[in-house]
Design a protein around this ligand. Sequence first.
Ligand code: NAP
Length: 499
Amino acid sequence: MICVGIARGRHRHVIAEHKFLAENGIRLVELRLDFIQGNVQVKRLLRDRPCPVIATCRRAVDGGHWAGSEEARQLVLRTAIVEGVEYVDLEDDIAGQIRRYGQTKRIVSHHDFERTPGDLGGLQRRLADLDADIVKIATMSNHPSDNLRMLEMVREATVPTIGICMGDIGMPTRVLTGRYGAPFTYATFNEDRLLAPGQVGWRKMRDMFRYDAVGPGTRIFGVVADPVGHSLSPAVHNAALADAGIDAVYLPFRVPAEQLDEFIWEAARWPLAGLSVTIPHKEAVLRHVTARDELVERIGAANTLSFTGDTIAAHNTDADAAVESLENAISAQGAEGLVDVTEVKSALVLGAGGAARAVAFGLRRRSIDVTVCSRTPDRAKRVAAEVGCKAIDWSARYKIPYDCIVNATPVGMHPLVNETPFEQQHLRPYMVVFDTVYNPENTLLVKEARASGCRIVTGVDMFVRQAAIQFRLWHGRDPSEAVMREALKRATASAKLPG
Ligand code: NAP
């Protein structure tokens, strides 16, 4: 069950949000009474309530907004109990002063905004002993193992316990706490107005992470990166999992570089079933893998890990995704000009980073004559030496025409949408133009290429294709690429993030 926090200054706004949530199927809300401006009218908020309530009134020290006296705060909580509220949240230092009364269930809570304490089990037992119906522990996660210790504490608790780690490192615990036995999790009403770091909006919790479908047998997948908040992979993979009816969830794991080793060593404790790997970990993960495909071997970087027993297998899906997208675009977009990918004889790859390297490898494997072109000539030369292709200076990119132009730079990406790495006057109708940028899909380069009569491959095509290859590796079946594409478009539209 998802409990949605309502934190508004005016009573009528609290009542309106409560009604809205109940109408949308939410069965528990937390009223943050500390946000109310002026006198808190507890009776008014609880009268005719459309679904059960947790009454919470937090001091600043516990991350709240309460500005009145402690006496007045406890009076608010006692009033809620007398009014028969379903749950009251009592911090551990006052739980002993407020006695059980009527039907109201007691949530005894503890917050730590700095760290996750060592002895979580001891803390949980101390809170349980304060006549708790439910224990709630929310602590700052500074390390992925903090998350694991928290979830394991929830699993071992004998009194129902919600364990949540705060901060973006801790975010997966919010989705997984129920899998380990918590009676519910917390989410915010508004995606933009978060009450604590790492929180998740209720729609995302319900629709993207499908919290209510996550159970003890749900397999855990995710993307490991730092930062990870901008990643669109959770939207894409979770949509495909839901569509396929697979009991698995895909989460964003923020893991700083210096914590990666421990995170991978501890994979079996979650247990993790598969990971997408992105910046800055694509090379570093290789020191842990026990099996790798030929592309990982040649590129020296992995973007996919699969965990089975003691085996960690590494794959790189970017190169295949690039070539498969190109093949699809050529066959799907009419019979004029090139008929299939074997007719692409030459390609110019703009950029010399990870994406350029993967695309260049993929194209070379199809015997295409590849030229890499970069602002920083040394980087281009290095990629060319690894891939076995040519390198030219950035200023030389228009000198000779190519069958295929690939943009593997961020030029044209949101918010710099009026930029292109390749001017329209140099585009020719026989060219295939492949822009790896996916936010937005219709970059200036894509628009100008379309206007010039070129065939197009977009970054969305490639992103969806690489996610689909990962899905196939992990789940042994093809996802609906249409569902993935739709989810990616929705996520980019709502995120308005750089990529
Ligand atoms: P990266 O490793 O940072 O490499 C970026 C490359 O772009 C570098 O060669 C860089 O040159 C060059 N560059 C940056 N700004 C430039 C500019 N203003 N003009 C000319 N060159 C410029 O990044 P990456 O991981 O390869 O990703 C590159 C882009 O590929 C991303 O922005 C993303 O849009 C796209 N991508 C798409 C997918 C997909 O599935 N669709 C997957 C991965 C990446 P310097 O070395 O001179 O800085």
